[in-house]
Design a protein around this ligand. Sequence first.
Ligand code: NAI
Length: 374
Amino acid sequence: MLGHDFEGSAGHIEDTAREFEHEELLVRHDPVSGLRAAIAVHSTVLGPAAGGCRRWQYAHTGDAVTDVLRLSQAMTYKNALARIPFGGGKSVILGDGNPVTVRQLHTFARWLNELGGSYIAAEDVGMGVQELRQIASKSGYVSGLGNTTIGGDPSPKTAYGVFVGIRTAVDLQFAGATLRGLRVGVQGLGNVGMRLCHWLARAGARLYVTDLDCKRVEQAVQKYGALPCSPDGLLTQSMDVFAPCAMGGIVDEELAAAMDVHVIAGAANNQLAGPSVGEILKDRDVLFAPDFVINAGGVISVAHEYLTVRGGFAETPDHDSEQWVGSRVDGIADRLRSIISDARLQNLDPQAVAIARAVALVENGGGSLHYQAA
Ligand code: NAI
């Protein structure tokens, strides 16, 4: 399904879709509600394509399409490696400077229904529980609503999982060191970044923080004793760990070659601007923890909620939800450790190893993938 409703971008869209080998791409404009959105289903081999719905103001429609295609592909990797029975998908709503309307959210719900469950939406940048609940009033293909004891906003689980990933990466890069006294820079103090600061501060890290919103920076300074930096200033700061928690593509070749850091590990999806960036980091002995490995906490929670609500746990109705989700989020440590160890043995960058593992899992249909209570 490929829409041609957007001005002058159909050729670009088709090229991009071919390059990314997605199963489905829906690009639409509803003239009545004014909703412009794209939904990409990268893979349903392991289950329905699950991934967040992002609302963002893109400079060009083609940028939104490229974003949704890249993000949905990363969701396939993330869900496969997290061993949850879901494929990869993502959606973007093109912001126009106004708040999203109920009518637009209901239109989006209608489009989800047309896809018949091949894509399951959840929160992402610009879309919170409130918006998701509006969509859920017209469609069942939504999760992250908080209608089970453990579900709801995925951000706390994402933040904790990223913390687990950072702790593991530090242990590996600094030969058994802990976070105590290490300088950690957090870029983006939103739903995930601010919570990550909580865990990092508790572990004794010295925080350097930045956000486009000064109030958030001030909050981190007050609550966690963080040192404030300008958005550009953080990128030139000498740090032990850089944790990107804002938008993707932040680490390009230039930054990778120049940054004075030892570990890059954060929540933002698609942090590396391209495959060559991972190579540069490896050659400079900067350890990169692949984002789709360590930011899986949220989708694990969302998956659990969806399976619980839709009856996916029929065979084990009395499983312990906290334990099911918690063990999988804690499992980020072992997954990352094993990927980095393989990467070192093969002299590859960890992202290349992680992608190869995820692709192999999808190719053999998930192998021993199961979702009974852990
Ligand atoms: P959010 O929208 O709540 O926070 C993002 C923050 O980054 C905002 O405070 C914004 O002002 C700031 N920001 C944007 N551009 C910036 C820049 N250039 N410099 C400094 N600050 C900047 O988003 P959320 O939910 O915290 O997500 C953060 C990242 O993590 C996103 O890339 C998202 O896709 C990813 N992610 C989030 C998950 C979740 O559970 N919320 C799950 C997995 C990934």
